[in-house]
Each structure stands twice: as C-alpha cells, then as structure tokens.
Design a protein around this ligand. Sequence first.
Ligand SMILES: NC(=O)c1ccc[n+]([C@@H]2O[C@H](COP(=O)([O-])OP(=O)(O)OC[C@H]3O[C@@H](n4cnc5c(N)ncnc54)[C@H](OP(=O)(O)O)[C@@H]3O)[C@@H](O)[C@H]2O)c1
Length: 305
Amino acid sequence: MNRRTFLQWASSVSFLAASPVSSPAPAKHSITTKPIIKTNEVIPAIGMGTWLTFDIPPDSPQRPDRIEVLKAFFESGGTLIDSSPMYGHAEETVGYCLQQMAHESPLFAASKIWSPIANIGIQQMGNSESLWKVKPMDLMQIHNLVAWKKHLPMLREWKRQGRIRYLGVTTSHGRRHEDLEQLLKQEQFDFVQLTYNIDDDRTEKRLLPLAQDLGINVIANRPFQRGGLIDRYKDKPLPALATELGCATWAQYFLLHTISHPAITCAIPATTRVDHMKENMATLKLPLPDQSTRNEMRKVFHQTG
Ligand SMILES: NC(=O)c1ccc[n+]([C@@H]2O[C@H](COP(=O)([O-])OP(=O)(O)OC[C@H]3O[C@@H](n4cnc5c(N)ncnc54)[C@H](OP(=O)(O)O)[C@@H]3O)[C@@H](O)[C@H]2O)c1
C-alpha cells in the first residue's frame, strides 16, 4: 500500500484506537486498526485468508463469486490479503478478482515462499508478483519456516531493493514453536504469522510476549480453527457477555477475542461467502475488550462448550 492510496483510504474511514476501550461506543464508521511497529503504517485488524476458499480453478463457475467476497472485504475497510504458492490456484484467483474489480481500495499484499530450494523460492516470488499484478508485494513470508536459511538472504536483499516492503515467517497448528522462538531471537523479522484463537492459546506464554518485546507484528491464522470452532458453537446460545460486547454472532465473539490481544496486529479469517465476510469485518467496528474482559470471554467460551 503506498502513501497516496493510504491517505485516500484514510480520509474515507475513521479509526478506532487499538488500545482497549470500555466506553463510549465508537462512531458508526470507525474501524479498529493496528500499527506496523517499524513504520507506524496502520492496517485494519482483520484481513483475509485464502487457503481453500480462493483455490478455484480458472474454468470453475465459482470463480466470479469470489469477486463479490473481495468487494465486501474492501467495502468494509479491509486491506491485508494473505496467500501462498501452497494454496493451489489461490494467488491466481486473487489476481483475477483484483483485475475484474479494477479496485482502487488500498491492498496490503501478503504471500509466501514455500520450497526447500532457493531458486524455486525466487521463482515463486516472481509468480506472486505476476499473478497478483502487484509490485512491490507488501509482505513476503517464509511459509512454515521451510528452508528459512536459504530464503532469508534473498528476502533481505529484496527488501533492500524495495521489491518487498516487509519480511516475515509463518507457522500454524502449534508446529515448531520452539524453532520459531529461536529464529525470532536470532534473525530480524517484521512479521510473524502463527495460529492464535480463543481455543488455541499455545502462543500466549512465550511467542506473543516475545514478539512484543522484539517489536514484531503478529498475524493470527486459523482464527476459527479452520471453521471447527464455528461448527462446535453454532447451535449454542450466544452468552450475555457477547451481546454486551456488541457481538451478534459467535464468529464475531471469536474474532474480537483474537484481535484484542495486544500482540496481535490482525486476524485473517478465510471465507467463500459474502455474508460471512460482512459479518467478520463488522467486528472491526466493536470496541476492544480489556484483558480482564478477555479472560472472562475465554471462561464463558469454555463454560458454554
Ligand atoms: N502456515 C501458514 O502460513 C498458515 C496455516 C494455516 C492458515 N494460514 C492462513 O490463515 C488463513 C485462515 O485460516 P484457515 O483458512 O485455515 O481457517 P479459518 O479462517 O479459521 O476458518 C475458515 C473457515 O471458517 C468458515 N467461516 C468464515 N467466516 C465464517 C462465519 N462468519 N460464519 C461461519 N463460518 C465462517 C469458512 O467457511 P465459509 O466459506 O462457509 O465461510 C471456512 O470454512 C488461511 O486461509 C491462510 O491464509 C496460514
């Protein structure tokens, strides 16, 4: 996202401070944003994942439906889209949708390198640029720490050249947390992506505080445990606390809990549906609960489950 597009966007959306708010209610069109620590650029606290949901072959009749999903995302103030060469046709579908929409909203393009071979990493970077038709890519991440020693020097060089703006590393499902901790201490990253949600708090003790100490932004993947959280809770009545916090659905309750952790910059739920996109993004308009309310949210979650 360049400065000009950001300023145009910023003038059309007002912001809600990222610090916890107990009252008063936010202005109608405010959305929660968080700063990128090293530059102070702000991004909305909910982005969009693309694993499975955007893996649509070019000849599929479902492909145009994703344009509407993306439109709803941008119309709600979203900017960060996360993808990977590992996600089949996802990057291609994102690029197709962006072209079809002739979109003018700011985009924060985040993809990954996912290969044990350095040269393939270089090809993947080139593919991402041409599939998304975006230069520079905003964030390039090493997917699941794969061959990080081979890819990190290239990422650093691309950042130095301005070919990418930020560099990061990802994991998920609680995998390789000890390796990740070591890596974050040893090398410099702008972003780390990991699994964090109301039911998966494995990163709370060490990785999230470490990211805060080191000034690394955190992207929370699998905010709904691949949809499993919603499947488990969809028939359970919403607790009174959800209503008090302004959440109309369990999805919003889960997202609000995730994005209100002070170390989390944004969560990246994935969806195939326009109504789910609007529901998820509406969470950006809710005040962030403070830590004691967050603790209560988790307690109520476990009591209900
Ligand atoms: N190692 C890595 O780097 C890594 C690993 C995992 C994930 N990720 C990233 O994180 C993103 C998110 O994780 P994820 O895709 O695994 O799972 P997720 O976002 O936790 O869950 C996605 C599922 O939730 C459902 N959903 C979304 N919004 C909903 C709503 N409001 N109500 C009901 N259901 C809803 C979707 O179904 P519908 O289509 O029906 O809405 C979809 O099946 C990925 O897409 C990917 O970009 C990265």
